[in-house]
Design a protein around this ligand. Sequence first.
Ligand code: HEM
Length: 465
Amino acid sequence: MSRIDHSQLQGNILRGYRFGLVRHMLLEVTDRATVRAFLGVAAQGGGAEVPAITVDQPPDKTWPRDQKPASCFNIGLTFAGLRALGVAPGDLATFPTEFREGMAARATKLGDFGESAPRAWSQPFNRPEQIHLVASIHADSTAELDKVDTQVSRAFAVRGRLDGYALAQDKVYFGYTDSISQPKFSHVKDEVEPIDPYGTVLLGEPTRQEGLKFGVPTPQVLGHHGTFNAFRVLRQHVTAFEQYLDRAATELLNHPDSALVLPLDAQFSDGEKPLDRHGMLREVVAAQMCGRWRNGVPYGSSPDTMPDPASVPLTEYDYGRGSRCPVGSHMRRTNPRGGAIVQRIANYTRRLVRRGMSYGPIHTEGDSEPEVGLLGNFIGASLGAQFEAVMCDWLNLGLQDPDITGANDPLIGANSSETSWFDVTLRNGGTIRLRGFPRFVSTRGGVYTFLPSMPAIRYLARLKG
Ligand code: HEM
C-alpha cells in the first residue's frame, strides 16, 4: 500500500486520463489577486465559476465508468508564473537553473536551432515572458473543453490555445502506435518488474539510485511532491518521412546484403493488405528507426516478421547482446533498459513520464503542407537530469554507445541531410549505413512548467502582497 496521499497530487502525473481531446491554455497572470482566488477555489473542489483541479486516483483504482468526470483540469506554472504570483525571491532561487532559465534559453541543448529555433516559434511561444501558466483540460467533447475554457478565461489573460486529440488506436502521426511504455509506479501496476520508484517523478521521494533525491525547492509546502514538465509542440513532417521510407527501402532492395536485412521469403501484411518486398522493407526501416514496428510490436522481439501486437508481449523485453533493435533507434535511445550503455547508473533515473496528443492540421499560407504534430508532455523530477540529459546526451549526441556517437535519433533528432546517418542492423550482426535523411520533427514552441501538489496550489493561493 502506498504511503503517499494520492488525493494531494495532481491527477495527470502518475497516470493518463485517456480522454479523446485536450486543450492547453497558455495564460498570463495580469491580476494576481483574481488568479490567487481562482487557484484557492480550484484546489478546494471548484465552484460555480471555477473548475476543480483533478487529483490522482487512490492506489490500485481507476475511475469506475459511471464516475469518470466529464472533464479533467490541471495546471503547470512557469518560472515567470511563480514570480507573478508572488513567490518570494529567496524561494524562487531554490528552483533548478534550467527551470529558471526556461525552455527557450536552453535551445542549444535541446537541438532547437534552424527552423526549430525559439525566434521562429509560433505565438505565444516567441514571447515566453507572457506565459505564466499552462492549464490543461481533458474531455471527450469540445463543449466540455469550452465550458472549462470559459471559466479559466475569466481569471487570466489568454495568450494562446492548443487543441489536441487522440488518433484512433493510440496512433501518432508517422503511423506508429504510441502510449505503450511508461514508467511503472507501484500503485498502478505492481506485478511487473522493475518498478520505478515515485522519486523518478515526485520531488522529495527516493529515486532508483541509492542515496539520490532530486532537490526540493523551498518552502517545503511548495516544492514537496511537485514535479517538472517539458511541454513541447513538435511538428511532424509526414510527407518527408514517408518519402524517405520509400527511398531507404529502394536502397535496401538493391543492396547486395538485402537478404540480411529481411529474409527473401519473408511475408507479412500491414494489418490490412499483404506487402510486396519494397513495402516490407519500408516497414523494416520505420521499425528500426523507432524500435517498434508501426503496429507497436518491439522490433527486437520479431525482427523478421511483423506479428499481431495481441500475440506478443509489448513491454516485457530487453536489449541483450545481439539484439536486432538498433542502438540508435528512438526507443533504445530514450530508454536503454538493460542494454550496455556508458551511463549505466544514470539510466535508472532518466525515466520520463510521457503524456501526448496529436494536433493539426493547421493550414498556413505558403507552407508546403498543413502542419500536424504532437503536443508532448515529458514529466520528471529533474528537467536537467532527465529530459535535457535524454534530449542532449542520448537523442542528439548518442553518447551512450560509441557505435552511435555523433548520430542523432533518426525519428525525432535534429538531423540534416548533409550529416545524418543511421545503421540498419543485419541478421549476421553487420550493419548497413543509411545517410542523407532530413529532420522529421521540428519544434514549434514549448515551455518548462512546475506541476505543483495540491497543498502547493493552496499555498500559492494564500500568498500576500
Ligand atoms: C513527435 C515526436 C515523437 C514521436 C513521433 C515519438 C514516437 C514514439 C513512439 C512511436 C514510441 C513507442 C511507443 C511506446 O513505447 O509507448 C516512443 C517511445 C518513447 N519516446 Fe518518443 N516520440 C517523440 C518524441 C519524444 C521525445 C521528445 C522524447 C524525450 C525526450 C521521447 C521519449 C520517449 C520515451 C522515453 C519512450 C519510451 C521508451 C521505452 O520506455 O522503452 N519521445 N516514442
